[in-house]
Design a protein around this ligand. Structure first.
Ligand code: A3D
Length: 321
C-alpha cells in the first residue's frame, strides 16, 4: 500500500481517540465518518491543528458523506450506542444491529477491499453482522475485544506482582461478555506461570488462588467498572489503543499474534461462529488462527462462552438481522 487510508465509522468517544492515535503514530491518512452533522469535521480539525506539535503530516478529515471513505484500506467501526450504568452489552443488540447493518452496506459499497475492525457492542454479534452483510471473506472482518480484555488481565497481574506489564502475557479468549475466558494456565511473566509467582509471594496456595480469582473477576467486570465510574458512557481510551494495535499489525503486515474476535472454521471444535481466539494479523486480516489444547475446564468455559455468542446471534436473527 502507498499511504494507508484509514476510515473510522463513528466519531464519538472511541472514534476521536482512534483518530488521534492513528495520525500521531503516523499509520496513515484518516477519515472520520459520523451521522452527526459537522462533529467529525470539528474533531478532525482539532486533531489536525496539533500536527505541528505532534509532528505528523498525515491527512485527517471528518465527513458526513460515505463517499469520502472510498478505497479505505482499514475501516474501524464504532458506530452505535455505548452502554450506561446498569446495562449489559447485550442490551445494545437491537439498537446497534440496525445501525451496523446500514454501516456494513456502505463499507461494502465504498471500501470493498478493506480489512474491517469492529468495536461496536455486543461485539461478537456485530462482527458477525458486518461479515454477513458485507460478504467479505471472514479473515477480513475481525473484532476488537480480546486485545483489551487481555490487557486488562495483564495490567491487574502486573500491579499485583509489582512487575512491568510489558513482561506479562495473559490471554483472554471466548466471547466479549460476562462469560469471557481468562486462560490462567497460559498467564505468565516471562514464561513463569502467574499462579506459581503468586504462591511464592503469599507462601500459601489457597491465598494465591483467591488473589488470582479476584483478578479474574475484576477482568470480567472491567468494562462495567469503568462504566460505573464514568456514568455517561463506556471505556474509550483503552478500546481505541487496542484497535490501533490490531490495525498496525495489518498495515505493517506484522503477523503479530493477538487475541481477536475471528470466525472459526473448525478450530476448537467450532465452525461458522465468531469468538475470541489467538490469530496472526497481517495484511489479509486474521491470516491464521492458532489452535492449541484446552484442558477440560478451559474447554467447558470456552463452550459456555460460545453458547452465549450463539444465543446473541440467534436473538439477532429473530430481530431480522
Ligand atoms: P459514542 O461516543 O456514543 O460514539 C458512537 C458514535 O456513533 C456517535 O458519535 C454517533 O453519532 C455515531 N453513530 C450513531 N449511529 C451512526 C450511524 N448510523 N453511522 C455512523 N455513526 C453513527 O460511543 P463510544 O465511542 O464510547 O462507543 C462506541 C461503541 O463501542 C459502543 O457500541 C460501545 O458499546 C462499544 N465499545 C466496545 C468495546 C469493546 O472492547 C468491544 C469497549 C468500549 C465500547
Amino acid at each position: 500500500m502507498g499511504v494507508p487510508k484509514i476510515a473510522l465509522i463513528g466519531g464519538g468517544q472511541i472514534g476521536g481517540v482512534l483518530a488521534q492515535l492513528f495520525v500521531t503514530r503516523r499509520l496513515g491518512d484518516v477519515v472520520i465518518f459520523d451521522i452527526t452533522q459537522d462533529m467529525p469535521s470539528g474533531k478532525a480539525l482539532d486533531i489536525a491543528e496539533a500536527s505541528r506539535i505532534d509532528g505528523f503530516d498525515s491527512k485527517i478529515n471528518g465527513t458526513n458523506d460515505y463517499k469520502d471513505i472510498a478505497g479505505a484500506d482499514i475501516v474501524v467501526v464504532t458506530a452505535g450506542v455505548p452502554r450506561k450504568p446498569g446495562m449489559s452489552r447485550d442490551d445494545l443488540l437491537a439498537t446497534n444491529a440496525k445501525i451496523i447493518s446500514g454501516v456494513a452496506e456502505n463499507i461494502k459499497t465504498y471500501a470493498p477491499n478493506a480489512v474491517v475492525i469492529v468495536i461496536s457492542n455486543p461485539l461478537d454479534a456485530m462482527v458477525t453482522l458486518v461479515q454477513k452483510a458485507t460478504g467479505f471473506p471472514p479473515s477480513r472482518v475481525i473484532g476488537q475485544a480480546g486485545v483489551l480484555d487481555s490487557s486488562r488481565f495483564a495490567s491487574f497481574i502486573a500491579w499485583e506482582l509489582g512487575v512491568s506489564v510489558k513482561d506479562v502475557n495473559a490471554p483472554v479468549l471466548g466471547g466479549h461478555g460476562d462469560t469471557m475466558v481468562p486462560l490462567i494456565r497460559y498467564a505468565n511473566v516471562y514464561g513463569i506461570p502467574v499462579l506459581e509467582l503468586l504462591t511464592r509471594k503469599y507462601k500459601d496456595t489457597k491465598k494465591a488462588s483467591e488473589v488470582l480469582e479476584a483478578i479474574i473477576a475484576r477482568t470480567r467486570d472491567a468494562g462495567g467498572e469503568v462504566v460505573r465510574l464514568l456514568k455517561t458512557g463506556s471505556a474509550f481510551y483503552s478500546p481505541a489503543s487496542a484497535a490501533v494495535q490490531m490495525a498496525e499489525a495489518v498495515i505493517r503486515d506484522e503477523k503479530r499474534v493477538l487475541p481477536v474476535c475471528a470466525r472459526l472454521a473448525g478450530e476448537f471444535g467450532v465452525t461458522g461462529y465468531y469468538a475470541g481466539v489467538l490469530a496472526a494479523l497481517g495484511k489479509g486480516g486474521a491470516e491464521k488462527i492458532l489452535e492449541f489444547d484446552l484442558n477440560a475446564e478451559e474447554k467447558a468455559m470456552f463452550n459456555n462462552s460460545l453458547d452465549a455468542v450463539k444465543k446473541l446471534v440467534e436473538d439477532m436473527g429473530r430481530l431480522g438481522f
